[in-house]
Design a protein around this ligand. Sequence first.
Ligand code: HEM
Length: 205
Amino acid sequence: MRIKRLHFISGITISIFIALHLLNHLSSIFGIEYHIDLMDRLRLIYRNVWIETILLLAVLIQIFSGIKLFLSTRKKGVGFYRKLQIWSGLYLAFFLIIHVTAVLVGRYILDLDTNFYFGVAGLNTFPFNLFFIPYYSVAIIAFFGHVAAIHAQKMKKSIFGISVNHQSMIILCIGIFVSILVLYGLTNGFAGVEIPEEYNIMIGK
Ligand code: HEM
């Protein structure tokens, strides 16, 4: 029970960051400069030593508590939303381990500014994009899918005649839509982005 509560609290903490982070990525629809500008402003909040320490601790807690909950639960896959919760959670654990490690290695070992270009170098370069397109889009859908699954369990009431199951389906569909929009923005409207030389190491050059 205590682990479930811990998982919930770290989940809320990370979700606040993810909401801002995805808004930041969505803003690339208005251009690369806009994305970089907004990230510079958001960094004033989440790069604060205390806030970033709490965020990274929450990521660690989320991964470990999630895996522990998965291993200890008996009814692993009964019903669509239960299955969605487990599979999206497992993917998010995999994604967060790689993603956050990559960002920290980029920042502290490669000494790069982990800005827009760092995030999209692989996404805009063949053959790396064969990995990065599903890697990022499934992560965004998994985040919304995880929220949709929790909503299906916790919500008890219809809203405007929309059943709880349909509300969760709407959340999942919003996730699919957001992931298409984010990929559209991060690839310069699917036209591709010229990656500056200092990020060559990200794409094997
Ligand atoms: C389109 C997909 C995504 C891209 C291109 C991307 C890119 C980035 C970049 C460039 C950073 C470094 C930010 C900075 O230096 O200020 C970052 C940090 C981070 N991202 Fe993502 N991200 C994506 C999706 C996600 C998702 C879906 C999650 C969560 C499920 C996530 C979680 C994080 C976390 C926890 C950090 C570390 C924040 C920090 O301490 O600096 N990202 N991401």
